[in-house]
Design a protein around this ligand. Structure first.
Ligand code: SER
Length: 345
């Protein structure tokens, strides 16, 4: 359902903003609003988040990306709501192809439930405008310094590499070519897919971790904040790929990750959205957040969000399928709370 008609404006107008014209957003709610407004100004229709249980899609356990509600639009089976759309989509990655369940609590940037900010072009603009819009949002609206950013492209995507050079002025040292699945995005075993270009933020040399493609790329220093997917194919059940009717754009930026950047921390669990939950967990268990208990408080906070939103979207704990994933999430959070000393249900 559309909640906001795109204001008239031009892509060029949005992209030409290279200095913040208002206070730079930092709180998660402000960032969500700023993102949607920016894309509305560039003629995108703002769509509400779809439910966490994908409608009429047995191939997928949960909505795991902003593009999921538009799957049939990309493949040409449904008419698009507009040629350009933007959303902040509730996502759960706790089963199937995209599963972050086991990372939660042990990294600064993984969640079972998170919000994905995305802009979409259904056969309208393609690589150049997608890169231009993303660059302008990060360095203009959010006033991030280009020195703190670097990007990856799919190994043989010369076009994307050249566009990044032109738009950002980056040299080859900041446009890294990556082979393999990190720069080729697919929704699941079937469905729309294509090469991607990821934008990373460098949280600083005081943190361990190397750039994408290096042996220690999973450290906390370089964090992927935005993925631009150049949707071109539809993956078939037999593994073959057919061309989509039109080259399209699907981007996804983790709200919690960009909020961390804007709130001056590399740790998503220190942002405003998590602070109150973790404080409540400390309050109820009487255990501090440092040392051995740190991961437990994080897992409890993360799993509370996932459980609440899954239940609100109609999933109930059970012995199979989606309900079983919810049950596992609830059980893990409850067990940790119990181990931390919480006595009440
Ligand atoms: N679908 C891509 C992702 O989830 C971009 O939105 O990363």
């Amino acid at each position: 359902m559309s909640v906001g008609k795109a204001k008239k404006g031009t892509l060029e107008k949005a992209a030409s903003r290279n200095a913040p014209v208002h206070d730079v957003p930092a709180r998660a709610n402000e960032l969500r609003t700023a993102f949607l407004q920016y894309f509305a100004d560039a003629d995108h229709v703002v769509e509400s988040s779809a439910p966490l249980v994908p409608r009429h899609d047995p191939t997928l356990m949960f909505t795991n990306a902003g593009m999921v509600p538009f799957k049939n639009v990309f493949t040409g089976q449904e008419k698009p709501p507009a040629l350009r759309a933007a959303s902040s989509q509730k996502c759960v990655r706790a089963g199937g192809k995209h599963n972050d369940l086991d990372n939660v609590g042990f990294t600064a940037r993984h969640h079972t439930f998170f919000e994905m900010l995305g802009n979409f072009s259904f056969g309208d603009y393609f690589k150049e405008q997608a890169i231009l819009l993303a660059w302008s949002f990060l360095t203009g609206t959010l006033a991030l310094h280009p020195e703190k950013l670097l990007v990856t492209v799919y190994v043989d995507d010369d076009e994307a590499a050249d566009l990044w050079k032109k738009i950002s002025g980056f040299g080859d040292d900041k446009i890294l070519r990556i082979a393999g699945s990190d720069n080729f995005w697919s929704m699941g075993d079937t469905g729309p897919c294509g090469p991607s270009s990821e934008i990373f933020y460098d949280h600083g040399s005081h943190l361990p971790g190397g750039p994408p493609g290096s042996p220690d790329e999973n450290g906390d220093r370089f964090v992927e904040i935005w993925n631009l997917v150049f949707m071109q194919y539809d993956q078939q059940p037999d593994g073959t790929r057919v061309d989509l009717p039109h080259p399209s754009i699907d981007t996804g930026m983790g709200l919690e990750r960009v909020a961390a950047v804007m709130q001056g921390t590399h740790d998503n669990y220190e942002i405003d959205l998590f602070k109150t939950l973790i404080a409540a967990s400390v309050d109820l268990t009487g255990m501090p957040t440092d040392g051995a208990e740190a991961a437990s408080h994080r897992i409890i906070a993360d799993h509370l969000r996932a459980s609440s939103f899954l239940i609100a979207d109609g999933v109930l704990p059970s012995n199979e399928g989606r309900g079983y994933v919810l049950r596992r999430i609830m059980r893990r959070a409850m067990r940790l709370a119990h181990m931390l000393g919480a006595k009440d249900p």
